[in-house]
Design a protein around this ligand. Structure first.
Ligand code: NAD
Length: 519
C-alpha cells in the first residue's frame, strides 16, 4: 500500500434530526435487539475457548434484558493468553508497519459501514443515547485512522542530526506483550484505541474488557479478525479484577495500557513496579484515571453559553465521563442568577430509556446507583439541593437517577473533591477570579477544565495557572476530538499519555539508536 494517506479528518457526527438517520438508527436497534443474548467465547491464538463459568452483561435501562453471555476467564486462561501473545509477537513485530497500518484502516472502514449497529450495541450495553453512542463510534474510527498515520510517521522517523562520518538511524521498535485494560464508559473508543495503538506499533496484546461492557469488545475483536487480524495478535479474556491482576503481574507482560479509576490505576502501578521472578525488563504503565473536573463561570461571560456548556458537560451520558463537569465555580455577582438558570435548564432535560433517545438515562449498574445515591445523601448535608436528588422510577426498572444539582457547596467538601461518576453537579461560589482559580486547582486530580469569560486577560491567566491536562475556553469540558485535543490528565488523573495526540504511540515503543561508521 502507499505510505501516504489522505490528511486525517475527524469522522463527522451523525445528524439524528434527519428522517433518514432516525430510520437508520431504529433499524439498527431492531437488528441488534434480535442478536441480544448470544454467547461469546474467549479468543486465544485465534481460537475460540469456553470455560466452566459464564457471566451476563445486561442493559442498564432494563437489567432483565441480557445483552451477551460471556465465558469468564480465570488466571489459567489469562496466562495462556499471554503465552499466545508471546508466540504471535515473534512474527507480528517483523510485519512491515504499512501492513499493520492497512489492518487498522480496513477495520475503520468496516466500523464505518456498521456505524449505526455499533451505536445500537452501545445503547443497549452501557445505556448511551444516540448522540453519545455516535460520538463513541466516531472516536473509534478516528483513533484507528489517526494511529495508522502516526505509525507511518514513526516508521519514517530519523535522528535530528547526522553525525559527520556516520549514518545515524532511530527506529521505534515494539515493546512486546501488553495487557490492555479498558473501562466500561467508552467501551468501544477507549478499548479499541488502546488496542490499536498497541498492535500498530508491532506489539501483541491480551485484551481484558470491563465486565460491564464485554459484548462490544467481543464484537470489536470479531471485526478485527474479519479485517485480517493474524492469530494471537489480540487475545480476548473476559473477567474482573482477578484476571486483570494476573495479567499485570505476569513476568512476560511488558506494558499495561489501562484506563479506569484512580484506585485501580494506582494498584496496577504498584503491582507492575514489583519485579517478578523471570522478568527481565521494567514494566511500563500507561494509566489514564479519574477526574474532578471544573468549569469556572466568570461574571463577564455569555451566560446562555455557560449554562448550556455546564449542563452538557455535567449530564451528558449522565455524568459518566472522566471529563464530566462535576463542579462549577461561579462568580458571586451572577451566582443567584446562574443557580436559577441551571435549575431550569436541568429540569428541562428529558429522562428515559437510551434506545428511545432521551437526553439522560440510567447509570451503569446497581453498585454505581448506590454510590451516586450515597453521594446525594452526603450532598444533602454539604449543600443546598436545587434539583433532582432522587432515584427515578422507570418501567424497565433501570438504574435511573434524576440529574442532581447542589448549590452552596464548600470548596473542600467531599462533593467538591471526590469523583462521583454520575449525574451530580456541585456549585461553588467564588468572590474573585484569584479565588476561582485557587478552587479550580484544589483537588488531587487534573484532567479537564473550562472557563467561560469574555476577558482575554483572564483567559491568559487560566492558560498559565489552571492546571489540567485538557483546558477549554468558552466551551464545554467534554467531547475531546482525536488529533485536535490530545487527551490525558495531570496529577492523580494519570500519566498524561495524551491519547489521540502526537506523543501517544511512542509510549507503545522503545527507540533504538543505530550508528554506522561511513568508510
Ligand atoms: P475501574 O477502575 O473500576 O475498571 C477499569 C478496568 O480495570 C476494568 O476492565 C476492570 O475490570 C479492571 N480492573 C478492576 N480492578 C482491577 C485490578 N485490581 N487489576 C487490574 N484490573 C482491574 O473503572 P471503570 O468503572 O470501568 O471506569 C470508570 C473510571 O474510569 C472513572 O474513574 C473514570 O474517570 C475513568 N476513566 C478515565 C478516562 C481517562 O481518559 N482519564 C477515560 C474513561 C474513564
Amino acid at each position: 500500500m502507499s505510505t501516504t494517506l489522505p490528511t486525517f479528518r475527524n469522522e463527522p457526527f451523525t445528524d439524528f434530526s434527519t428522517a433518514e438517520n432516525k430510520r437508520a438508527m431504529h433499524e439498527a436497534l431492531d437488528r441488534v435487539r434480535a442478536e441480544l443474548g448470544h454467547t461469546y467465547d474467549l479468543i486465544l491464538a485465534g481460537s475460540d475457548l469456553q470455560t466452566a463459568t459464564t457471566f451476563h452483561s445486561v442493559n442498564p435501562a432494563n437489567p432483565s434484558e441480557v445483552i451477551g453471555i460471556h465465558y469468564a476467564a480465570s488466571a489459567k486462561e489469562a496466562i495462556a493468553a499471554v503465552d499466545a501473545a508471546q508466540v504471535a509477537f515473534a512474527s507480528w513485530k517483523k510485519i512491515p508497519a504499512s501492513e499493520r497500518v492497512a489492518l487498522l484502516l480496513r477495520a475503520a472502514n468496516l466500523i464505518r459501514q456498521r456505524h449505526f449497529d455499533f451505536c445500537a450495541w452501545l445503547t443497549f450495553e452501557v445505556g448511551k443515547n444516540w448522540a453519545e453512542a455516535d460520538a463513541d463510534v466516531g472516536e473509534t474510527i478516528d483513533f484507528l485512522e489517526f494511529y495508522a498515520r502516526e505509525a507511518l510517521r514513526l516508521d519514517a522517523a530519523t535522528t535530528p542530526i547526522q553525525y559527520p562520518g556516520e549514518h545515524n538511524l532511530l527506529r521505534y521498535v515494539p515493546l512486546g506483550v501488553g495487557a490492555v485494560i479498558p473501562p466500561w464508559n467508552f467501551p468501544l473508543a477507549i478499548m479499541a484505541g488502546m488496542t490499536a495503538a498497541s498492535i500498530v506499533c508491532g506489539n501483541t496484546v491480551v485484551l481484558k474488557p470491563s465486565p460491564d461492557a464485554p459484548t462490544i469488545a467481543a464484537r470489536f475483536v470479531a471485526l478485527m479478525e474479519e479485517a485480517g487480524l493474524p492469530d494471537g495478535v489480540i487475545n480476548l479474556v473476559q473477567g474482573g479484577p482477578e484476571v486483570g491482576r494476573t495479567l499485570v503481574e505476569h513476568p512476560e507482560v511488558r506494558f499495561i495500557a489501562f484506563t479506569g479509576s484512580k484506585k485501580v490505576g494506582l494498584e496496577i502501578h504498584e503491582r507492575a513496579a514489583k519485579t517478578q521472578s523471570g522478568q527481565h525488563f521494567i514494566k511500563r504503565t500507561i494509566l489514564e484515571l479519574g477526574g474532578k473536573d471544573t468549569i469556572v463561570v466568570d461574571a463577564d461571560c455569555d451566560l446562555d453559553a455557560a449554562v448550556d456548556g455546564v449542563t452538557a458537560s455535567a449530564f451528558g451520558f449522565n455524568g459518566q465521563k472522566c471529563s464530566a463537569c462535576s463542579r462549577v465555580i461561579v462568580d458571586a455577582s451572577i451566582y443567584d442568577t446562574f443557580c436559577d438558570r441551571i435549575r431550569e435548564r436541568v429540569e428541562a432535560l428529558t429522562h428515559g430509556a437510551p434506545a428511545d433517545n432521551f437526553q439522560t438515562g440510567p447509570v451503569i449498574n446497581d453498585v454505581a446507583k448506590k454510590r451516586v445515591l450515597d453521594y446525594i445523601s452526603i450532598g444533602k448535608t454539604e449543600g443546598r439541593l436545587i434539583t433532582g436528588g432522587v432515584a427515578v422510577d422507570t418501567s424497565g426498572n433501570g438504574y435511573n437517577i434524576a440529574p442532581t444539582v447542589f448549590a452552596d457547596v464548600a470548596p473542600t467538601a467531599r462533593l467538591a473533591q471526590e469523583e462521583i461518576f454520575g449525574p451530580v453537579l456541585a456549585i461553588i461560589k467564588s468572590n474573585s477570579f484569584d479565588e476561582a482559580l485557587a478552587i479550580a486547582n484544589n483537588t488531587e486530580y487534573g484532567l479537564t477544565g473550562a472557563i467561560y469569560t469574555h476577558s482575554r486577560e483572564k483567559l491568559d491567566r487560566a492558560r498559565e495557572e489552571f492546571h489540567v491536562g485538557n483546558l477549554y475556553f468558552n466551551r464545554k469540558c467534554t467531547g475531546a476530538m482525536v488529533g485536535a485535543h490530545p487527551f490525558g490528565g495531570f496529577n492523580m488523573s494519570g500519566t498524561d499519555s495524551k491519547a489521540g495526540g502526537p506523543d501517544y504511540l511512542t509510549l507503545f515503543t522503545q527507540a533504538k539508536s543505530i550508528a554506522e561508521k561511513r568508510t
